[in-house]
Design a protein around this ligand. Structure first.
Ligand code: ATP
Length: 305
């Protein structure tokens, strides 16, 4: 059987002493996917990424890179670029020298280095020692390092951590370009907006378990629509929508200072306006509220799941 997934993990588990950091995670990444890996602090994101990058050995489970089991064939790791959560470079070497060392270690072509420094916006600082770099510059060097050798799969652990908005935009654009060239990216982030902007698919890890793996659309619109409603008489509208005459397709109504927030199934939206108007409650405003990944994320991770 030929394997179509670039990366497949099955029942991936890591135990540190009696702490279960990663608990039986399974998923696949297809070529050209940009997938977000979200989870609160200590959820197991870094441990998962480190196992895939071959830095730590799983307690149980298997990793297949390019269809080959990692425990039998580590040469596939050459096709993987890692940007770790905390980059570490030689403090007294400059950016170019650091990348030259890495290129030698990983067997990459040092001829790529100038182009990479340009790509990440470090060309003009390439001669300065690493220890003089700001956090954002350190992150960018780490990204250049991950891109050495033109890898197929990029594992990025909090890549925009500490970057200013311009740096964040640069990273976003770079990731979009990479995916357009058929590269595959697994992106761990706390910046939920990052993921919302970049990824079509999101996985959520909570207490070592993969509790969600869905297209971002589904997370943003989990079957229910939130609608902002302002009428000529909100108090009366609230009583109507929350009282015994409430249509069964309305799940809940909340009263705010200058509007109501109604939750309902999306197909009933046209009926909501008709229902209000029938009762003399003419509309000043009615609009769906944006689905919000931040809310979806906290709903998922604050429960007992
Ligand atoms: P963060 O967002 O804070 O970086 P994370 O989701 O990346 O968190 P991990 O760093 O993977 O989480 O940690 C998962 C769990 O494993 C945590 O409880 C952590 O304390 C524990 N852990 C991680 N590395 C080790 C280690 N080397 N020895 C012992 N426990 C560890």
């Amino acid at each position: 059987m030929t394997e179509s997934a670039l990366l497949r993990v099955e029942g991936l588990t890591k135990r540190f002493g009696d702490r279960l950091a990663v608990d039986g995670i399974s998923f696949s990444l297809q070529r050209g996917e940009l997938v977000g890996l979200l989870g609160p602090n200590g959820a197991g994101k870094t441990t998962t990424i480190s196992m895939i990058a071959g830095l730590i050995r799983p307690t149980a489970g298997r990793i297949f890179l390019l269809g080959r089991p990692l425990e039998e064939d580590r040469t596939t790791l050459r096709r993987v670029g890692l940007m770790p959560e905390v980059p570490s470079f030689y403090p007294y070497l400059n950016a170019r020298q650091n990348l030259e060392v890495m290129a030698r270690v990983y067997g990459a072509d040092p001829g790529e280095i100038d182009g990479l420094l340009e790509t990440v916006g470090l060309a003009e600082h390439a001669g300065r020692p690493f220890r003089t770099y700001s956090q954002g510059m350190r992150q960018m060097l780490s990204l250049a390092n991950a891109l050495l050798g033109d890898p197929e799969l990029l594992l990025l652990d909090e890549p925009t951590n500490g970057l200013d908005p311009l740096g964040q935009q640069r990273v976003h654009q770079l990731l979009r370009d990479l995916v357009a060239r058929g590269k595959t990216v697994l992106l761990s982030s706390h910046l939920l907006r990052d993921v919302q902007e970049l990824c079509q698919r999101v996985m959520i890890i909570h207490r070592g378990k993969l509790i969600e793996d869905s297209p971002i659309e589904r997370l943003l619109r989990p079957g229910e629509l939130r609608v902002l409603v302002r009428t000529v008489a909100d108090e009366r509208a609230f009583i109507l929508l929350s009282g015994p005459a409430r249509p069964e397709w309305i799940s809940s109504v909340d009263r705010h200072d200058d509007h109501l927030e109604v939750r309902l199934s999306p197909e009933h939206l046209p009926e909501l306006s008709a229902f209000l108007v029938q009762h003399g409650l003419y509309l000043r405003e009615l609009r769906p509220l944006e689905g919000d990944l931040v809310t979806a994320f906290f709903q998922l991770t604050s429960g007992t799941r």
